[in-house]
Design a binder for this molecule. Structure first.
Ligand code: ATP
Ligand code: SF4
Ligand code: MG
Length: 337
């Protein structure tokens, strides 16, 4: 007999806290000059697993579907198709009211701390909000908010201030405190440092790293900056036009990338050693990523791929094992296989 909340797919590892299979999101086309434009396939069949306490980096160029994926994982956005299981429960279509006990374990940190914090609310109210929703009393929620401010490196005396009274880095600490309020097991951090001054980015990354270790959080860390991902993540997934094109242990992906797109992204990351930096090969990608409203045939990367061959134009490569057991890539001609 099937349990009502049993996942509609086989979960591959017992240890996976989050399992996602064939997730898609299609946005309807907007009307332009009176005519409807083609639907946008923002996420086109993403599958991934995230273990308890694990950090997975999700990287790729602007518009490849990172935020859409992250928002679906914490059920802030309804998937068009596919399945999401959290802690062995299929949560893909659980109505928001019934999702409440699980929602406390799924939280999100946003890119722009100011626009994600209500400017009219005090810090106490902002951090307490998710606790009040869960039925915590007002006093207990305020006490917890003070404790959380301390945890993220701010003074509990700041409880009655408003977001505009803080710097960008401090405001992001408040966003992190709010995400931690309900004791989550999984946090999706969507470019949590890219809107901040370079000088404070490292402080926020250090804080996230410390909290992730201390609290044993699973973290999906969405970023443009591959150096930050290398530092904070255990594994990394590379997205291109709505699909994961390479995923694996950080060391395997960074040291011996299998997919030409990963190689190109990594070749643009500055090296700390100036001699190595001068000598290394740069792979320049031609043009911008194609529109997800009109994806290329076959391998979606073929119009920009330096290794493309005839088969790449017609046959879409599946994500398959390449080299070390944990690594997969979607390419007909992977490197380091
Ligand atoms: N609400 C929406 N309606 C229509 N199209 C959307 C919507 N949200 C996102 N898109 C489109 O879906 C695609 C993926 O967007 P998404 O924001 O997930 O990308 P991203 O990888 O997070 O980009 P960035 O690095 O710029 O944040 C883009 O083409 C975007 O224009
Ligand atoms: S399948 Fe072909 S076009 Fe796509 S990444 Fe591999 S070599 Fe390049
Ligand atoms: Mg985004």
């Amino acid at each position: 007999m099937t349990r009502p909340n049993a996942p509609a797919f086989a979960i591959p590892t017992d240890s996976a806290l989050l399992s996602v299979r064939d997730l898609t999101k299609t946005f309807p086309g907007r009307r332009r000059l009176g005519r409807p434009s083609a639907p946008v396939r923002a996420v086109d069949g993403v599958s991934l697993d995230l273990g308890a306490g694990e950090t997975l980096g999700l990287v790729g160029e602007s518009g490849c579907g990172k935020s859409t994926t992250g928002r679906m994982l914490v059920r802030l956005l309804e998937p068009t198709s596919g399945a999401i299981a959290f802690d062995g429960q299929d949560i893909t279509h659980v109505p928001q009211r019934r999702l409440r006990p699980t929602r406390r374990h799924l939280q999100m940190i946003f890119q722009d701390p100011y626009s994600s914090l209500n400017p009219r609310q005090t810090v106490a109210r902002i951090i307490s909000e998710p606790l009040l929703v869960q039925g915590t009393s007002a006093q207990a929620a305020r006490d917890k908010a003070a404790e959380l401010l301390d945890l993220v490196g701010l003074s509990p005396e700041h409880l009655d201030r408003h977001p505009h009274q803080f710097s960008g880095g401090q405001a992001q600490r408040i966003g992190i405190a709010r995400a931690l309020a309900t004791g989550p097991r999984l946090i999706v951090a969507d470019e949590p440092v890219s809107a901040l001054d370079v000088s404070v980015q490292a402080q926020i990354v250090n804080l996230l790293e410390r909290l992730q270790h201390e609290l044993g959080l699973a973290l999906l860390f969405i970023a443009h900056d591959l150096s930050v991902v290398k530092r904070i993540c255990d594994r990394v997934a590379v997205m291109y036009l709505g699909r994961i094109v390479e995923v694996g242990d950080k060391r395997d992906v960074y040291d011996t990338p299998a997919h030409p797109y990963t190689r190109a992204l990594l070749s643009a990351v500055p090296l700390p050693d100036p001699v190595a930096e001068r000598r290394r090969e740069r792979i320049v990608l031609l043009g911008d990523p194609p529109s997800p409203a009109a994806p290329p045939s076959g391998c979606a990367f073929h119009p920009r791929c330096p290794k493309a061959q005839e088969i790449c134009r017609t046959r879409r490569p599946a994500l398959t094992a390449v080299g070390p057991a944990s690594r997969q890539a979607a390419c007909h001609f992977p490197e380091n296989g």
